[in-house]
Design a protein around this ligand. Structure first.
Ligand SMILES: [Zn+2]
Length: 345
């Protein structure tokens, strides 16, 4: 993450309270509730319409299934599940590596059917239910939440080079489930886990890559699973960790320079593991090298940098100007690129 997002005031954050109530007070307490089959009289009256007024297939059916399965579970298993709701939604602490999350693969060991029904509920909630009138009249539209969060800020905060759509577009860019919803239950609607990112970051590179575990496979079989720290997209650390890009050239700069002729290093003191995760998830190094070898970067070098050099500016002066605005217009990458060319000896 080149830059974190700042939280905004929005009712959309509170959809999570509905989820917490439903799972903690009702579904995972099923054995202690006299009623044999779920109906919406079991939830707080204010949440009843959210279930009643959307297609049964979205919420009521998976909730009913979950409730019935949970009736048969042991106290110990229900405790594990409840803890999962709490732990999985502490996105900041999970990114820091401070907590162990509950994954679908863990719920499979308790009940595969339950795991499946929870997955259906959270997918339908995010993909379908929140777009229905009963939800957006109360919590606002997800599109509006996105637009207020992104505002006028065009640059993807994840890679710092590609663009996202902003409040002036009628469409929006992706909200990435930072901890992928395919791995982590209970998080599909948690706003700490919904990150606006560019299409390259979201659909080309990250996909469902597990954010906080590095999975090593051999012959398609998992041979190890290593817990990893990751940047938290809504970090309030002030100042936010600075990430420097360093580029070195293996041969003299020319018009046909290619990524293979360069090395790139991402440096952030004290955040080495976070940077490594960031690169693993979003192919950052590859993206940066491709950008540096683009026609646009070459034209920039020739028309702007070299023009200024010809007018008597020094490399250091030029870079200092970019440094003053390093997160604007991918200046941090231009600095690395220009330094790389300048340092080649
Ligand atoms: Zn991006």
């Amino acid at each position: 993450m080149i830059r974190p997002y700042k939280h905004i005031n929005s009712n959309f954050h509170t959809v999570q309270s509905f989820v917490n109530h439903l799972f903690l007070d009702v579904i995972f307490r099923a054995p202690y509730i006299a009623q044999a089959v779920f109906d919406t009289s079991l939830v707080l009256p204010k949440y009843k319409p959210l279930i009643d007024e959307v297609n049964d297939e979205y919420l009521l059916n998976p909730i009913t299934e979950c409730f019935t399965i949970c009736k048969t579970l042991s106290k110990k298993h229900l405790k594990v599940l409840k803890r999962g709701v709490h732990q999985n939604n502490k996105i900041r602490l999970l990114c820091n590596g401070d907590l162990i999350p509950l994954e679908y693969s863990d719920i499979d060991l308790i009940s595969e059917d339950l795991s499946q029904q929870i997955k259906i509920f959270f997918d339908k909630l995010y993909d379908k239910a929140v777009n229905k009138a009963v939800f957006y009249h109360r919590y606002g539209k997800i599109e509006d939440y996105y637009k207020n969060l992104v505002g006028k800020s065009r640059t993807c905060r994840c890679c710092g080079i590609n663009k996202v759509l902003i409040k002036y577009h009628s469409k929006r860019s992706a909200l990435d489930h930072y901890l992928p919803r395919n791995h982590f239950p209970f998080t599909s609607i948690n706003t700490n886990n919904l990150l606006p990112i560019c299409n390259t970051c979201n659909s080309t590179y990250k996909l469902a890559e597990n954010t906080i575990f590095e999975i090593i496979k051999r012959n398609n079989r998992i041979v190890s699973k290593i817990r990893k720290q990751a940047f938290f997209p809504f970090s309030r650390i002030n100042p936010y960790p600075r990430i420097d890009v360093e580029i070195t050239l293996n041969k003299a700069f020319s018009e046909d320079i290619e990524p293979n002729d360069m090395n790139v290093n991402l440096v952030s003191a004290g955040y080495e593991e976070h940077v490594e995760t960031w690169n693993r998830l979003f192919g950052i190094k590859e993206n940066y090298l491709a950008e540096c070898c683009s026609e646009e970067m070459q034209v920039y070098y020739e028309e702007q940098y070299m023009a200024d050099m010809n007018f008597g500016k020094t490399h250091d002066q030029y870079v200092a100007t970019l440094e003053a605005n390093r997160l604007y217009d991918m200046n941090f990458l231009r600095i690395a690129y220009l330094n790389g060319i300048n340092n080649y000896a």
